[in-house]
Design a protein around this ligand. Structure first.
Ligand SMILES: [Zn+2]
Length: 94
């Protein structure tokens, strides 16, 4: 599965992925923030902590090569690298 395009809608704090299967899938910013896999967030999760996501907004979105995005959030967290395949996975995983 490939991402054809990606939009963000700050009014509803959601990213939308348009996929090559014709679907348009929502991905709320809170879910993106909670799914961060940087060392810091992974360590927190391993210790049983949880990432506060209430009201978090997406601030910047920067391509890393052609297969990943670096996302920066309004809580100051800007280390998360999200491979495009991981973004697709997040739209389907419950
Ligand atoms: Zn993180």
């Amino acid at each position: 599965m490939q991402i054809l395009s990606l939009q963000t809608d700050d009014r509803i704090a959601t990213m939308f992925l348009e996929l090559d299967d014709g679907s348009r899938r929502p991905l709320p910013y809170t879910r993106l923030r909670a799914a961060c896999r940087c060392a810091e967030c992974m360590a927190l999760k391993l210790q049983g902590g949880h990432i506060p996501t209430d009201g978090v907004a997406l601030q910047t979105l920067k391509p890393i090569g052609t297969n990943a995005l670096n996302l920066a959030f309004s809580d100051g967290h800007e280390r998360g690298i999200y491979p495009l395949s991981y973004l697709i996975e997040l739209t389907t995983a419950q």
